[in-house]
Design a protein around this ligand. Structure first.
Ligand SMILES: N[C@@H](CCC(=O)N[C@@H](CS)C(=O)NCC(=O)O)C(=O)O
Length: 215
């Protein structure tokens, strides 16, 4: 499919998650690959029921490309990676490396960092999660000590999603991992990240203004 992509996010979110809502991943990838896109919104209120035909968990983001709709930010990233070589190399070895690190970011790192963060903010008992997470992050630190990029010796969508998982402030403040910190800093200094980030902040700031007018 060609033509303009549509990245869907919420029409508004509270201050806390701004800059971290996962449409960031799709915006960032589209910016890196110079793919044309629009951003559209579903209401944050009643999110659990109001767009289940596109995202069965009532979450964002999801992506539309012509008559194709795809949910899960990781799936959206891989879909975009197939459109543009800047996000994933075209040789089989490079593609395999990219795929494995995208899944590792989501299924080995984020699967522990998100619950860890959630227990921390809700004040619930850790139940050993910190030890599990610290071990994973130390293993990743050892990898990042040896190389600048996760896959294929170059920037790929695997770095994009891994950096997005790792850039959460509470995580960066927890422990000392110099190679990981340098990696996150380097990735989040990329112009495509900065553009995606400021666009997301502007999207929710515009929503504040609209709300203020209506109240
Ligand atoms: N695994 C999903 C997670 C999506 C997700 O957690 N989205 C958040 C925003 S970043 C959301 O919609 N939260 C509202 C909710 O869960 O009700 C993905 O990566 O797309």
């Amino acid at each position: 499919m060609t033509g303009k992509l549509t990245i869907w996010t919420y029409d508004w979110v509270p201050e806390g998650p701004r800059g971290f809502v996962r449409d960031m991943r799709l915006r960032w990838a589209a910016e890196e690959a110079e793919l044309a896109y629009d951003v559209r919104s579903v209401p944050f209120e009643d999110r659990e029921t109001n767009h289940l035909e596109f995202q069965p968990f009532g979450q964002v983001p999801f992506l539309m490309d012509g008559n194709i709709t795809i949910f899960e930010s990781g799936a959206g990233l891989l879909y975009l990676a197939h459109k543009n070589e800047k996000l994933m190399p075209r040789d089989s070895a490079g593609e395999a490396e990219t795929l494995q690190w995208v899944i590792a970011a989501l299924n080995s790192i984020e699967m522990v960092t998100v619950p860890w963060w959630f227990l921390k903010v809700t004040g619930h008992e850790d139940r050993g999660l910190s030890g599990w997470m610290d071990n994973r992050l130390a293993q990743l630190e050892a990898v990042l000590k040896r190389r600048d990029w996760l896959a294929a010796g170059r920037f790929t969508v695997a770095d994009l999603v891994m950096a997005d998982v790792l850039r959460v402030s509470a995580l960066r403040a927890h422990g000392t991992r110099p190679a990981t910190e340098a990696y996150v800093e380097r990735l989040t200094a990329r112009p495509a990240f900065l553009k995606a980030h400021s666009d997301q902040i502007a999207h929710f700031a515009a929503a504040d203004k609209k709300r203020a007018k209506h109240n």
